[in-house]
Design a protein around this ligand. Structure first.
Ligand code: ADP
Ligand code: MG
Length: 694
């Protein structure tokens, strides 16, 4: 149960004064949270200093100022395009307030002639007049103090004005309770960090420019809180898994030998080492929680298959879970082929297996007749039971949460868990996303692989690109063409892809296909199949996920708006080509203007194919909010911590969490309560539940 002290923060947004359904929806869009707490995490990115209170004669044009003036006379807009003007004075000069599209009755009510008003906004000189266009604030003299301040500036969303957002955030701040301290005393002192409530208040009340710095004590503390919650939750998950006694699962190698013998290639040294590490871990008493890290196309699937077969040798079952339907089907095909050499069948279980197929699959799993299964999150469902699941392999799991990972492991008796990721993860992120997981790495380029020729071109050279595509297709190879999500709305995004599709169809006719996120499964599969082996040679795709499929003949990858992608995504997309023997090319089309960091990203991707280096650069170059779909790139989603800046705090949070749990595994007593509050504050409820279930 969430501690009562946090109730005010987890109330719906509509509980705040002045926030109705409409505004609540906008705020939720802005902060990604329907709770009051979300507003607290929405930190200002700027400030407006309204403390300057010159007389009109002293005004410096261009300056933001708060002036006390007498309202002399209104000049309503005569013709429609003329602004409405209100003439004011203060004995030292005249000030004209300017309003476009004004509502005269409203202006009449807030600026009655003959009264004294305090107005705040940016001043300008226009045609010899000192003007203020659309003052940000107009109040009476007794409210002047509330205006003559430094005002925080928040990122906004369409339809939400600074005034409305600011008011809601202030209301949220008023609700912020005083919380018990969860940070270790000596650390708090050494860093000079304020308590939580003070930190939140200070972070939202920047006075100087330096108060906006992520290194400011208040912001550091909040970042640390978030990292501490993250580390604590991960460690609790980890220790829960450790507590549940593992069991040794060791095969005799008979099935693996057959499969390896049937491979058309020999395993690389790092593949062999990875298989040894994994099977040794499985044979140990403790439950395995291991990461298999390797670049796209580095040959992880074979490694996973061999690990799974070793579980089957021991008389147990193994499951592989993929993040999407398409990937599940592909893995199923690959795994079936590999296991067939050893005479082991493999079933498929996704949301689309229904009726008889599903019933049969479930029965086979429950009876242990199906030793291997590949599926999507459909594998989590309650009616899925195994006779004896010993190994759960999870592909590209950053799309699944820690919690879900555990759910699959729980379907087995102390099942070992192997997480495969195609996104090499920088050391710092490894900690936040996985805690202290063991890791096996595939680092070699597979024999016979050619480097990919990567080029960066302005979109103005589209015609040349299309010509290159034509040559590629004529040579019998396949081409991907990715049109990313550019707009927030899926509809416009789709329109852009459809337009490109139509444009390419003019030239290539029925050899062009289109897949997008709104297509139904079977429809999508049909297009994918036609691309992989059939008549479609050029595939236009809207989303990254759809192209996560192996097509050996794919030799060219065109990416539009490449400047919008993160490095990890570009790298992953590029990895879709160059999987066969053909020389391959990646064409990155960009649209001006290029930001400094976009320019650097494109330079890095052109320079190197080393996924581990790209991952480090990705972290270094990521511009907040500038990139598409960072969620998909394996980066944990932090609201307050920026690992590029607060990375140093992560190691401290990790030690602190480790010490706290070592001393106090049940999180009892005062500090335990405080840490629990922290977990709930950052919505790590699942971790707390683990604690309760033992
Ligand atoms: P990943 O899952 O890491 O993206 P895959 O396991 O799909 O990579 O492997 C990519 C391709 O390389 C597959 O076609 C696979 O058969 C092939 N492959 C795997 N290991 C080797 C190897 N040692 N030598 C040559 N080809 C390999
Ligand atoms: Mg793969």
């Amino acid at each position: 149960m969430r501690p009562e002290i946090l109730y005010p923060l987890f109330a719906p947004l509509t509980d705040l004064k002045g926030v109705g359904k409409h505004i609540a929806a906008l705020l939720e869009k802005l902060t990604g949270s329907g709770h009051v707490a979300g507003l607290l995490w929405h930190l200002p990115t700027g400030r407006i200093d309204r403390r300057a209170s010159p007389t009109i004669a002293e005004v410096l044009p261009g300056q933001v100022a708060t002036l006390t003036v007498r309202v002399d006379r209104h000049f309503p807009a005569g013709r429609s395009r003329m602004p409405y003007k209100v003439l004011c004075s203060d004995g030292t000069g005249r000030l004209t307030l300017v309003f476009f599209n004004a509502r005269p009755d409203y202006l009449g009510s807030i600026l009655p002639e003959g009264t004294v008003r305090v107005v705040s906004g940016k001043t300008d000189v226009f045609g010899g007049e000192i003007q203020m266009t659309h003052p940000d604030h107009i109040v009476s003299e007794d409210e002047a103090a509330s205006v003559r301040v430094v005002e925080p500036v928040y990122p906004l969303t369409t339809g939400l004005t600074p005034k409305v957002a600011g008011k809601a955030i202030r209301a949220a701040l008023e609700r912020a309770p005083r919380l018990p301290e969860w940070i270790d005393g000596p650390l708090l002192q050494a860093r000079g960090w304020p308590d939580w409530r003070t930190a939140v208040a200070e972070a939202h009340a920047p006075v100087d420019e330096s108060d906006l710095d992520p290194g400011h004590p208040a912001r550091q503390r909040l970042a640390y809180d978030e990292l501490l919650a993250n580390q604590l939750a991960l460690m609790m998950v980890r220790s829960t898994m450790r507590k549940r006694a593992g069991r040794p699962v060791a095969g005799d190698g008979s099935l693996r030998r057959k499969t390896v013998a049937a491979l058309p290639f020999s395993l690389t040294a790092s593949q062999t080492r990875a298989v040894e590490e994994i099977t040794a871990d499985m044979a140990g008493e403790a439950q395995m929680l291991r990461l298999l890290q390797g670049d796209v196309g580095s040959g992880k699937t074979v490694v996973a298959a061999l690990a799974m077969l070793s579980a089957v040798e021991a008389g147990c079952q193994a499951a592989l879970m993929a993040p999407t339907e398409i990937l599940a089907r592909q893995h199923h095909a690959t795994l079936s082929r590999l296991a067939q050499a050893a005479g082991v069948p493999c079933v498929l279980l996704t949301g689309r297996e229904k009726g008889k197929a599903r019933t049969e699959a479930l029965a086979a799993l429950a009876a242990g007749e199906a030793p291997l299964v590949v599926g999507t999150h459909a594998l989590f469902q309650d009616d899925v039971a195994f006779r004896d699941l010993a190994l759960a392999v999870i592909d590209e799991q950053h799309r699944f949460g820690v919690h879900q990972r555990l759910m699959l492991a729980r379907k087995g008796r102390a099942a070992d868990v192997l997480v495969m990721t195609a996104t090499p993860i920088p050391r710092t992120l490894m900690l936040t996303a996985y805690g202290d997981m063991e890791s096996s790495k595939l680092t070699e380029r597979l024999p016979g692989r050619l480097p990919i020729d990567t080029r960066v071109l302005p979109v103005e050279r589209l015609d040349q690109v299309v010509d290159a595509v034509a040559r590629t297709i004529a040579g019998g190879a396949k081409v991907y063409w990715v049109c990313p999500l550019v707009e927030e709305s899926e509809a416009t995004d789709l329109a852009a892809a459809e337009q490109r599709f139509a444009h390419l169809q003019e030239r290539f006719g029925s050899r062009v296909g289109l897949v997008h996120g709104r297509m139904k499964g079977p429809e999508k599969d049909a297009v994918m199949a036609a691309f992989a082996t059939g008549p479609i040679d050029l595939l236009v795709a809207t989303t990254v996920i759809e192209v996560g499929v192996d097509v050996a003949d794919a030799a060219v990858m065109v990416i539009e708006h490449a400047e919008r992608f993160g490095l990890a995504q570009l790298h992953q997309l590029r990895g879709r080509v160059g999987r066969g023997e053909r020389p391959s090319t990646c064409l990155l089309l960009y649209t001006q203007p290029l930001s400094e960091s976009a320019r650097s990203r494109l330079a890095v991707i052109r320079e190197t194919e080393d996924g581990f280096r790209i991952a480090e650069e990705d972290l270094r170059l990521r511009g907040a909010g500038e990139l598409l779909g960072t969620r998909q790139s394996g980066m944990p989603d932090f609201r307050l911590a920026d690992l590029a800046v607060h990375g140093e705090l992560l190691a401290i949070a990790r030690d602190d969490a480790g010490n706290a749990l070592a001393r106090n595994p049940g999180l009892s007593g005062a500090r335990g309560d405080a840490l629990r509050t922290l977990l709930y504050l950052f919505e790590r409820d699942a971790a707390v539940r683990l604690l309760q279930s033992g």
